[in-house]
Ligand binder design. Structure first.
Ligand SMILES: [Zn+2]
Length: 176
Protein backbone atom coordinates (compact mmCIF):
# COMPACT_ATOMS: atom_id res chain seq x y z
CA UNK A 1 0.00 0.00 0.00
CA UNK A 2 2.85 2.33 0.85
CA UNK A 3 4.45 1.68 -2.50
CA UNK A 4 1.22 2.35 -4.27
CA UNK A 5 0.74 5.63 -2.39
CA UNK A 6 4.25 6.66 -3.31
CA UNK A 7 3.68 5.87 -6.97
CA UNK A 8 0.40 7.69 -6.86
CA UNK A 9 1.97 10.74 -5.36
CA UNK A 10 4.92 10.65 -7.75
CA UNK A 11 2.89 10.31 -10.88
CA UNK A 12 -0.78 11.15 -10.81
CA UNK A 13 -1.37 9.56 -14.22
CA UNK A 14 0.39 6.29 -13.56
CA UNK A 15 -2.77 4.47 -12.43
CA UNK A 16 -4.64 5.62 -15.52
CA UNK A 17 -1.76 4.50 -17.73
CA UNK A 18 -1.63 1.10 -16.03
CA UNK A 19 -5.37 0.63 -16.56
CA UNK A 20 -4.98 1.61 -20.19
CA UNK A 21 -2.12 -0.85 -20.75
CA UNK A 22 -3.98 -3.71 -19.04
CA UNK A 23 -7.13 -2.93 -21.03
CA UNK A 24 -5.15 -2.86 -24.30
CA UNK A 25 -3.54 -6.20 -23.49
CA UNK A 26 -6.92 -7.71 -22.63
CA UNK A 27 -8.53 -6.51 -25.87
CA UNK A 28 -5.57 -7.77 -27.94
CA UNK A 29 -5.54 -11.21 -26.35
CA UNK A 30 -9.32 -11.47 -26.58
CA UNK A 31 -9.38 -10.71 -30.29
CA UNK A 32 -6.55 -13.18 -30.91
CA UNK A 33 -8.48 -15.87 -29.07
CA UNK A 34 -11.67 -15.25 -31.00
CA UNK A 35 -9.73 -15.43 -34.29
CA UNK A 36 -8.18 -18.73 -33.25
CA UNK A 37 -11.59 -20.03 -32.28
CA UNK A 38 -13.07 -19.00 -35.62
CA UNK A 39 -10.26 -20.76 -37.49
CA UNK A 40 -10.81 -23.92 -35.49
CA UNK A 41 -14.54 -23.88 -36.31
CA UNK A 42 -13.78 -23.59 -40.03
CA UNK A 43 -11.33 -26.49 -39.90
CA UNK A 44 -13.78 -28.77 -38.15
CA UNK A 45 -16.76 -27.74 -40.33
CA UNK A 46 -18.73 -30.94 -40.53
CA UNK A 47 -20.21 -32.56 -43.63
CA UNK A 48 -23.60 -34.26 -43.57
CA UNK A 49 -21.96 -37.56 -44.51
CA UNK A 50 -18.82 -38.28 -42.50
CA UNK A 51 -16.87 -41.52 -42.38
CA UNK A 52 -13.53 -42.58 -41.01
CA UNK A 53 -10.62 -43.07 -43.35
CA UNK A 54 -10.93 -46.85 -42.88
CA UNK A 55 -14.64 -46.77 -43.77
CA UNK A 56 -13.95 -44.78 -46.95
CA UNK A 57 -11.21 -47.23 -47.91
CA UNK A 58 -13.65 -50.12 -47.50
CA UNK A 59 -16.43 -48.45 -49.49
CA UNK A 60 -14.43 -46.95 -52.38
CA UNK A 61 -12.23 -48.52 -55.03
CA UNK A 62 -8.53 -47.60 -54.68
CA UNK A 63 -8.85 -45.10 -57.55
CA UNK A 64 -12.01 -43.52 -56.10
CA UNK A 65 -10.33 -43.27 -52.71
CA UNK A 66 -7.24 -41.66 -54.25
CA UNK A 67 -9.30 -38.98 -56.04
CA UNK A 68 -12.15 -38.37 -53.59
CA UNK A 69 -10.30 -38.63 -50.30
CA UNK A 70 -6.72 -37.75 -51.27
CA UNK A 71 -7.54 -35.06 -53.87
CA UNK A 72 -5.80 -37.07 -56.57
CA UNK A 73 -6.33 -36.69 -60.32
CA UNK A 74 -7.14 -39.55 -62.70
CA UNK A 75 -5.25 -39.88 -65.98
CA UNK A 76 -6.73 -37.76 -68.77
CA UNK A 77 -8.98 -39.73 -71.18
CA UNK A 78 -8.97 -42.68 -68.74
CA UNK A 79 -12.60 -42.54 -67.63
CA UNK A 80 -15.54 -43.58 -69.82
CA UNK A 81 -17.68 -40.72 -68.50
CA UNK A 82 -15.45 -38.31 -70.41
CA UNK A 83 -17.22 -39.38 -73.60
CA UNK A 84 -20.67 -39.97 -72.10
CA UNK A 85 -23.28 -37.56 -73.46
CA UNK A 86 -26.53 -39.33 -72.62
CA UNK A 87 -29.29 -37.61 -70.69
CA UNK A 88 -29.05 -38.06 -66.97
CA UNK A 89 -27.53 -36.95 -63.71
CA UNK A 90 -23.99 -37.26 -62.41
CA UNK A 91 -23.96 -38.07 -58.71
CA UNK A 92 -21.15 -38.27 -56.16
CA UNK A 93 -19.53 -41.72 -56.30
CA UNK A 94 -19.11 -41.63 -52.52
CA UNK A 95 -22.51 -40.42 -51.26
CA UNK A 96 -24.84 -40.33 -54.33
CA UNK A 97 -25.56 -36.61 -54.08
CA UNK A 98 -26.58 -35.18 -57.52
CA UNK A 99 -23.71 -32.91 -58.58
CA UNK A 100 -23.98 -32.23 -62.34
CA UNK A 101 -26.69 -32.46 -65.03
CA UNK A 102 -26.01 -33.92 -68.48
CA UNK A 103 -27.45 -30.81 -70.17
CA UNK A 104 -24.48 -28.78 -68.87
CA UNK A 105 -21.84 -31.30 -69.91
CA UNK A 106 -19.66 -30.55 -72.91
CA UNK A 107 -16.53 -31.93 -74.56
CA UNK A 108 -13.71 -29.63 -73.49
CA UNK A 109 -11.07 -31.81 -75.14
CA UNK A 110 -9.19 -31.92 -71.84
CA UNK A 111 -9.77 -35.64 -71.29
CA UNK A 112 -11.88 -35.11 -68.18
CA UNK A 113 -15.69 -34.83 -67.93
CA UNK A 114 -16.44 -31.12 -68.19
CA UNK A 115 -19.48 -29.09 -67.19
CA UNK A 116 -20.24 -25.38 -67.47
CA UNK A 117 -22.08 -25.34 -64.14
CA UNK A 118 -22.74 -27.43 -61.06
CA UNK A 119 -25.98 -28.24 -59.24
CA UNK A 120 -26.03 -25.25 -56.89
CA UNK A 121 -25.63 -26.03 -53.22
CA UNK A 122 -24.38 -29.59 -53.74
CA UNK A 123 -20.87 -28.62 -54.79
CA UNK A 124 -18.60 -26.54 -52.57
CA UNK A 125 -15.43 -24.65 -53.46
CA UNK A 126 -12.16 -24.08 -51.70
CA UNK A 127 -10.45 -20.76 -52.10
CA UNK A 128 -6.73 -20.22 -51.95
CA UNK A 129 -5.78 -22.57 -54.77
CA UNK A 130 -3.48 -20.95 -57.29
CA UNK A 131 -4.92 -20.10 -60.70
CA UNK A 132 -2.94 -22.75 -62.57
CA UNK A 133 -4.88 -25.51 -60.83
CA UNK A 134 -8.11 -23.52 -60.72
CA UNK A 135 -10.44 -23.38 -57.73
CA UNK A 136 -10.80 -26.73 -56.01
CA UNK A 137 -14.31 -28.16 -55.86
CA UNK A 138 -15.74 -30.92 -53.73
CA UNK A 139 -19.01 -32.59 -52.80
CA UNK A 140 -20.81 -30.34 -50.30
CA UNK A 141 -22.33 -33.35 -48.53
CA UNK A 142 -19.35 -35.69 -47.97
CA UNK A 143 -16.41 -33.40 -48.79
CA UNK A 144 -15.11 -35.74 -51.52
CA UNK A 145 -12.72 -34.01 -53.95
CA UNK A 146 -14.16 -33.72 -57.47
CA UNK A 147 -11.82 -31.53 -59.52
CA UNK A 148 -11.23 -27.87 -60.30
CA UNK A 149 -13.01 -24.92 -61.91
CA UNK A 150 -11.24 -22.94 -64.62
CA UNK A 151 -12.22 -19.75 -66.39
CA UNK A 152 -11.84 -21.13 -69.93
CA UNK A 153 -15.30 -22.67 -70.29
CA UNK A 154 -17.86 -22.04 -73.06
CA UNK A 155 -18.07 -18.28 -73.63
CA UNK A 156 -21.69 -18.47 -74.82
CA UNK A 157 -22.87 -19.84 -71.45
CA UNK A 158 -21.08 -19.43 -68.11
CA UNK A 159 -17.45 -19.23 -69.25
CA UNK A 160 -16.62 -21.79 -66.56
CA UNK A 161 -15.05 -25.20 -67.03
CA UNK A 162 -15.72 -27.59 -64.17
CA UNK A 163 -13.00 -30.15 -64.83
CA UNK A 164 -14.17 -33.24 -62.95
CA UNK A 165 -12.59 -36.64 -62.35
CA UNK A 166 -14.90 -39.25 -63.88
CA UNK A 167 -14.01 -41.67 -61.09
CA UNK A 168 -15.54 -39.28 -58.54
CA UNK A 169 -18.89 -39.49 -60.38
CA UNK A 170 -21.59 -42.05 -61.04
CA UNK A 171 -23.88 -41.52 -64.02
CA UNK A 172 -27.59 -42.14 -63.54
CA UNK A 173 -29.32 -42.21 -66.96
CA UNK A 174 -32.67 -40.42 -67.19
CA UNK A 175 -35.70 -42.61 -66.36
CA UNK A 176 -33.70 -44.94 -64.18
ZN1 LIG B 1 -20.38 -36.85 -51.80
Amino acid sequence: MINFDIIKSINHNFKKMKKFIILTLLITSFSCNSNAQKKKQEETKGYTVTKTDTEWKEQLTPEQYYVLRKSGTERAFSNALNKTFKEGTYVCAACNTPLFMSEYKYDSGSGWPSFDREIKGNVAFSTGSDLYYGIEEHCAICGGHLGHVFGDGPKNTTGKRHCINGVALKFIPKNE
